[in-house]
Unconditional design. Structure first.
Length: 264
């Protein structure tokens, strides 16, 4: 018996040892699997994470609600507009209640009623000011509080000079496709601090004067922007653009915005 027992001892020890190794290996695999799954979950969480803004900036309340619909979509603001301005211009065409006779304007072929002016843009609810500045492009670079588009200082791939004769009393005309402002829109901002609109980088554009001082700002950067409180920030400072207080040579007025954007 004793001899047989001695033969069994190594077998039992081997079985126990093998069981222990297997248990440890399985436990290790289980821990590794848990860690791998946790890392994967964290990676998925990072990939899916998106800043969610829950309240529109107060400045959007200044946009004409009859022409513009503004709503939040995650970290972006969606701005849908008819593109039709809420003020008089020759481009409404005769017979319209907002038609304004402007005999000195070399009007473009289109008038408002025969044009599809509807435009939708998406902008960052919180502009990213940490990157490089980006040049403006042709076509819509922003939406004005009136509901119409804002364009830069170019027209048809060239300088604005050639098209300056077609600009109405508020610095706008039609072409290509939509009614849009190139100059200070005197219909709702004339040498003042009023909100003009929002540009494609999510940064707001104001008139030539600054709300925080009541005077023309002297610290504007190359885009016509600076950081101060505005009438919509409740005392908090934020970066925004102004129409630069420099006469555009061929029109006797002021460019709305030439760029570059700072909020991309």
């Amino acid at each position: 018996m004793k001899k047989n027992s001695l033969k069994r001892i190594p077998q039992v020890s081997f079985v126990l040892a093998l069981s222990f190794i297997t248990l440890v290996a399985c436990s290790s695999d289980s821990v590794d699997d848990d860690i791998t799954e946790e890392i994967a979950n964290n990676d998925d969480s990072d990939d899916d994470s998106e800043e969610v803004v829950t309240e529109l900036h107060a400045a959007y309340a200044a946009f004409d609600s009859d022409a513009v619909t503004v709503y939040l979509d995650g970290s972006e603001v969606v701005i849908e507009t008819t593109g039709l301005p809420n003020h008089e211009t020759v481009y409404w065409g005769e017979g319209n209640s907002l038609y304004r006779e402007e005999p000195d304007v070399d009007i473009t072929p289109s008038i408002m009623s025969s044009n599809n002016n509807a435009t939708t843009i998406r902008v960052d609810a919180t502009p990213d000011l940490s990157g490089s500045s980006v040049a403006t492009d042709f076509n819509t670079i922003g939406i004005a509080v009136s509901g119409s588009s804002i364009f830069n200082d170019q027209e048809g791939g060239g300088a604005l000079d050639a098209a300056a004769g077609s600009l109405d009393w508020t610095g706008a005309h039609i072409g290509p496709g939509v009614y849009h402002y190139h100059l200070e829109p005197k219909a709702f901002s004339d040498d003042d601090e009023n909100l003009i609109g929002v540009l494609l980088d999510g940064v707001f554009l104001y008139g030539r004067k600054c709300n925080s001082t009541g005077d023309y700002p002297s610290d504007l950067d190359s885009s016509g922007g600076h950081t101060t409180a505005t009438q919509y920030t409740d005392g908090a400072e934020e970066y925004h653009y102004h129409i630069i207080n420099e006469i555009y040579s061929t029109t006797g007025s002021y460019l709305a915005f030439a760029g570059p954007y700072q909020g991309y």
